[in-house]
Design a binder for this molecule. Sequence first.
Ligand code: CAA
Length: 260
Amino acid sequence: MAFENLILEKEDYLAILYINRPKALNALNAETLYEMEEAIKDIKADSNIKVVIVTGVGDKSFVAGADITFMLPLSPHEGRFFSDVGERVMRQFELMEKPVIAAINGFALGGGCELAMACDIRLAAENAVFAQPEVGLGVIPGFGGTQRLPRLVGEGRAKELTYTADVINAQEAYRIGLVNHVYPADQLMDEAKKMAKKIANKAPLAVGYAKFAIGKGMQVDIDTAMSIESDMFGMCCATEDKFEGMGAFVEKRKPTFKGK
Ligand code: CAA
């Protein structure tokens, strides 16, 4: 599929989605968001793809935010609509059953930090920096940042980062739990691919059900969450891969999962 502002590469079980607007440090305008929706549809429909990596083109920027030039003239109605579209696209990464790894290769500002937070796992290059700079532009985070940041790093830290617009480096992002790992920039993609391979070698339906249980469970009370978990556990027991996984253990061999 050909895109103007994205590159979608597929290698075997892996889809790599590059945000590709290097002249604007990969800032997200409406066109890019719509293209992301198309790319997500493609990835979801491709049964060969088990894991997704999202990253930015170049060695300087993951995504430097929503496109400020695009947002400057927006009316209240248009602004709300743009925020809705961004929120919807970010949410699709969370709702798709395939795990999504953010390989954060530089600036992750505003909508860039929000995109990273919508991914399941965040790996950062040592040169990555993070911020929610929106209040310095007269707006607030509009692609889910006011909701995901407190869920990830706690309400107090989220409020401080959002109100001050402070920029933090990758080590600080790691310390507060915003990213899972930090790697030298030239190793980031290799590490992301290594993690993708590890995940792709597991039972894909079980991984998808685990993503569902964690995602849905985080939104509800603990008893409802436990019930979602047991539902998903039961669903796993309906898969061929459960018999393969447990059978392989008993027979002391490596399992071969089929995603069925
Ligand atoms: N939107 C539009 N264009 C952007 C951009 C953005 N978010 N970020 C960078 N660019 C453009 C610059 O305008 C510049 O374009 P020109 O060459 O045409 O002038 C080009 O990318 C390179 O940027 P700089 O020259 O500024 O590069 P730098 O290395 O000096 O600085 C930077 C890099 C610190 C990231 C700086 O560009 C910057 O502060 N960008 C804005 C970051 C920001 O505030 N992001 C949040 C946006 S608001 C948001 O995201 C709202 C939301 O939640 C929905």
